[in-house]
Design a protein around this ligand. Structure first.
Ligand code: GDP
Ligand code: IMO
Ligand code: MG
Length: 427
């Protein structure tokens, strides 16, 4: 078993943290390949709850080496406080490896994120305000700061100068803000150098050698397919590639090494921030999903928008990621509804459409076509096998599988590690 990818099949917060942690005990490496501390991955182990932002969820499994790949953007202060928070709780973080090629979220990237959103006004994306977009923009514009730059003060200074040159013009002349001083940024960044040094590594080499030695590598996506910069609901997306291809570019591991791609799929749909969401509910059902599902952002504390399951999106995720399996989460949240509507297609300008339209305008006009599936009232949180589920819950899962285009290999019936029904083994 070489490498597996685990990623969000919707708009994020599908339960990637829980699924990764579940596999963490059986794999050798868990690798984040994109995004940054915009992510909020929850892991519940016994009575302990962890919220991870930058660290791969494998950090909670003692035998596993957590890796922050080159495709991730790293805010060093967030990373260090996440590490010390875990250390205080007795978690050993000494195995962590960070790619020297990963880009650093600088304080000015955070400023630019917030200022840009403010100036977009009604048209804002609703970002997490963590500097993600501006840091990736600097990377693409070739004025980014990388982790390795912390170890050459002269280069670091030149790079910060280059990055601030235009930004200070924009900040002062367009946004009416104060200019950011190069030496202040450089001296702050240098304070992180020694603290991060023990973790910095050539992660491309480490991961490829591990695969040569038959070790198992799990890639943990941040965000989700519909937030992908290329394949998501642009411009209401994040600035990286959570989709399966991102695991290769964000780690330096080739696609021939990946044998399985697991889509984490919530039994209903949620979204944080702005952008189209065809099955969004504004009624009591939406409020109930939010309340029962605890749908509040792990990173920003914002209420998540909630709606019914959307099979058009699930099919799309299967296609753009080449999914081999789904891990269906939060089935327990749907207990108690007499009927559960599932969106099977869209109606766009009077026409029935089975697949996600490529045109943004069409997607904004998409109205869900629902099929009602019978619900169940029995508590399913103790179910250990598929046969333990009530007949209607089994039928709901089978219907979703049929519509979504890949087998559902595991089902979450609660937030804990053991609150999972495993149908097909992932390893
Ligand atoms: P991630 O960003 O994809 O890792 O997901 P989040 O952690 O942001 O949000 C998922 C939430 O659902 C967390 O609070 C998890 O503890 C919780 N969760 C995950 N799987 C299940 C499940 O099967 N049932 C229930 N009730 N909660 C779950
Ligand atoms: P996890 O990994 C849900 C959303 C933001 C915003 C858009 C762009 O926990 O699933 P950004 O700060 O990335 O530039 O914001 O993306 N977003 C997420 N939504 N879960 C996440 O991560 C998200 N990370 C970013 O709300 O709409
Ligand atoms: Mg999350």
């Amino acid at each position: 078993m070489p490498a597996l990818v685990l990623l969000g099949a919707q708009w994020g917060d599908e339960g990637k943290g829980k699924a990764t942690d579940l596999l963490g005990g059986s794999v050798d490496y868990v690798v984040r390949y994109q995004g940054g501390n915009n992510a909020g991955h929850t892991v519940v182990v016994g009575d302990q709850k962890y919220a991870l932002h930058l660290l791969p969820s494998g950090i909670l499994s003692p035998g596993c080496t957590p890796v922050i790949g080159n495709g991730v953007v790293v805010d060093p202060s967030v990373l260090l406080s996440e590490l010390s928070g875990l250390n205080e709780r007795g978690v050993d973080t000494s195995k962590l490896l960070i790619s020297g090629n990963a880009h650093i979220i600088t304080p000015y990237n955070v400023t630019v994120d917030k200022v840009t959103e403010r100036f977009l006004g009604k048209r804002k994306i609703g970002t997490t305000g963590r500097g993600i977009g501006p840091t990736y923009a600097d990377k693409i514009n070739r004025v980014g700061i990388r982790v390795q730059d912390l170890y050459d003060e002269s280069i670091l200074t030149q790079k910060v100068e280059a990055a601030l040159d235009i930004k200070n013009q924009v900040l002062t002349k367009l946004y009416n803000r104060r200019a950011i001083a190069v030496d202040q940024v450089v001296s702050e960044l240098l304070t992180y150098a020694d603290k991060l040094a023990p973790y910095v590594a050539d992660t491309v080499l480490v991961l490829n050698k591990a695969l040569e030695d038959d070790k198992v590598v799990l890639f943990e996506g941040g965000q989700g397919t519909l937030l992908d910069i290329d394949h998501g609901t642009y411009p209401f997306v994040t600035s990286s590639n959570p989709t399966a291809g991102g695991a290769c570019t964000g780690s330096g591991v080739g696609p021939t090494k990946i044998s399985r791609v697991i889509g984490i799929l919530k039994a209903y749909t949620t979204r944080v921030g702005a952008g189209p969401f065809p099955t969004e509910l504004f009624d009591e059902d939406g409020a109930a999903l939010r309340r029962i599902g605890g749908e509040r952002g792990v990173t920003t504390g914002r209420d998540r928008r909630c709606g019914w399951f959307d099979a058009v999106i699930a099919r799309y995720a299967t296609r753009v990621n080449g999914l081999t399996d789904f891990f269906l989460t939060k089935l327990d949240v749907l207990t108690g509804w007499e009927q559960i509507p599932v969106c099977v297609a869209y109606e766009i300008d009077g026409k029935r459409v089975e697949e996600l339209p490529y045109s943004q305008t069409d997607f904004h006009h998409a109205k869900p076509v629902y099929e009602n599936l019978p619900g169940w009232s029995e508590d399913i949180s103790q179910a250990k096998t598929f046969a333990d589920l009530p007949k209607n819950a089994q039928a709901y899962v089978k219907a979703l599988e049929e519509m979504s285009g890949a087998p559902i290999s595991a089902i979450g019936v609660g937030p804990g590690r053991d609150e999972t029904i495993e149908i097909n083994s992932f390893l």
